[in-house]
Design a protein around this ligand. Structure first.
Ligand SMILES: C[S@@+](CC[C@H](N)C(=O)[O-])C[C@H]1O[C@@H](n2cnc3c(N)ncnc32)[C@H](O)[C@@H]1O
Length: 231
């Protein structure tokens, strides 16, 4: 019997799949709509995460929504189409930013979706506040010195969980008074470490939704998490 690969090895295989141009469509269907897909962008056709999180999110009606790591832009566009008045989509890679812009134009929501390139919250103004912040994050923990070699690896790997630590440190500062901080996570991630990082910031982790599905060839549990202040 062959050994089950560990999360890092599965992450490597998933990255190869998302990077490969073989069988990769230039367009895909999701949530009843057609979307552009550029090379070098996390592909919602090879995982269920984009679909389940975009469908589960309780988008604030008439409110403001920040998506960190927008990739193709599906979630940001769905937020705008679901009634958010202002959406900001941020991604760290140039192809993802371009892909998000293509899909906001394709679905006629460019007037209310601002697309920025940046590292987590760095491209925002210090006073920017949102009713909801969400990231379908790069859950696979990589060694601290792991250096990204392409545009896909940042979608899968977080060296030393440093980006998750910064998300929990800076995210709460960008929330409105009633604002909600959410994370799309899955069982390839280190939930114990995430919970410890949250606790260091005075936050507890609550699971809002979960489902067992597949990411590529692997069975994965997808979790929509929310971080709440300890009372
Ligand atoms: C798992 S993918 C999700 C993409 C898209 N939201 C979706 O659901 O299809 C994670 C995304 O986060 C982006 N990302 C990774 N680190 C980031 C950072 N520090 N700041 C902003 N975006 C980041 C990646 O480039 C990638 O597009």
């Amino acid at each position: 019997m062959s050994a089950t690969p560990d999360a890092f090895e599965i992450g490597r295989r998933l990255a190869a799949r998302h990077r490969s141009l073989e069988e990769r469509p230039k367009e895909f269907e999701l949530l009843g709509r057609s979307w552009d897909l550029l090379p070098g962008v996390f592909a919602p056709v090879w995982t269920t995460s984009t679909e389940v999180f975009s469908a589960w999110l309780p988008y604030p009606p008439g409110g403001s929504f920040l998506e960190i790591g927008s990739g193709t832009g599906v979630t940001a566009v769905m937020a705008a189409l679901s009634g958010c008045a202002q959406v900001t989509a941020v991604d760290i890679t140039e192809p993802a930013v371009r892909n998000t812009r293509l899909n906001t134009a394709r679905h006629h929501v460019a007037d209310r979706v601002r697309v920025l390139r940046g590292d987590l919250f760095d491209a925002l103004g210090g006073d920017d506040r949102f009713d909801m912040i969400f990231w379908n994050s790069n859950v696979v923990e990589a060694p601290e010195r792991f250096a990204y070699e392409d545009d896909i690896q940042p979608a899968i790997f977080d060296p030393g969980y440093a980006a998750h630590a910064r998300y929990l440190r800076h995210g709460p500062r960008h929330l409105t008074e009633e604002g909600r901080l959410l994370l799309g996570f899955n069982s390839l991630g280190n939930l114990d470490r995430l919970n410890r990082l949250a606790a260091e910031r005075g936050l507890r982790t609550v699971t809002r939704h979960s489902v067992s599905r597949r990411a590529g060839d692997f069975a994965v549990d997808f979790l929509l998490l929310e971080f709440l202040r300890f009372e």
